[in-house]
Design a protein around this ligand. Structure first.
Ligand code: SF4
Ligand code: SF4
Length: 166
């Protein structure tokens, strides 16, 4: 899918095999959404917004979905709602739109190979518990970290998550 050339989100989704125009706004998705119980996210509204406008790319609710797939399993129109949300996020990221928190976590993965890198306090606790300071991950193996970074850079991940804007 060529994200940046699509002015219409529903057309871009259709190209990816996801049809959202058949949504009847029944609200089954919102009523099933565990994330919606704790955030302001209303899945039905997100789908509606995606049908009519590219504003959905800037909607913070786009990032509240945990991708549990409950809505997708229950939609009476068999709309691939979760897949749609993931596809819209992909479009957003390619347009440079991303929550600062997600951008930072992505940059940590790029830098350390971990979304939550180890710190000195954790290293000390590990040693106190009789373990090696570093776990058996890329933290311990710089060559493996370099491989991860090469992979991420080869697919353009580093450029996608660079910067500090939204
Ligand atoms: S459950 Fe399906 S048809 Fe109902 S509002 Fe959600 S996306 Fe639309
Ligand atoms: S996949 Fe996302 S939108 Fe759907 S029910 Fe789960 S958290 Fe809610």
């Amino acid at each position: 899918m060529n994200q940046s050339n699509k002015s219409n989100i529903s057309d871009a989704l259709k190209d990816a095999g996801i049809e959202i125009l058949t949504c009847l706004q029944c609200g089954t998705c919102s009523g099933s959404c565990p994330s919606g119980r704790y955030t302001g996210m209303i899945t039905r509204k997100l789908v509606r917004k995606a049908r009519v406008s590219t504003d959905v790319l800037h909607d913070p609710d786009l990032w509240m979905c945990t991708t549990c797939y409950t809505c997708q399993e229950r939609c009476p129109r068999e709309i691939k709602i979760t897949d749609a949300i993931l596809a819209i996020r992909t479009i957003a990221v390619h347009e440079g739109i991303m929550l600062p928190e997600h951008r930072r976590v992505s940059q940590l993965v790029l830098e350390y190979g971990h979304a939550v890198p180890i710190n000195d306090a954790v290293k000390e606790k590990r040693v106190r518990l009789g373990m090696e300071a570093l776990p058996e991950t890329v933290h311990k193996y710089p060559d493996a970290l370099a491989d991860v970074q090469t992979l991420l850079e080869s697919c353009g991940f580093d450029k996608l998550v660079a910067g500090t804007q939204e």
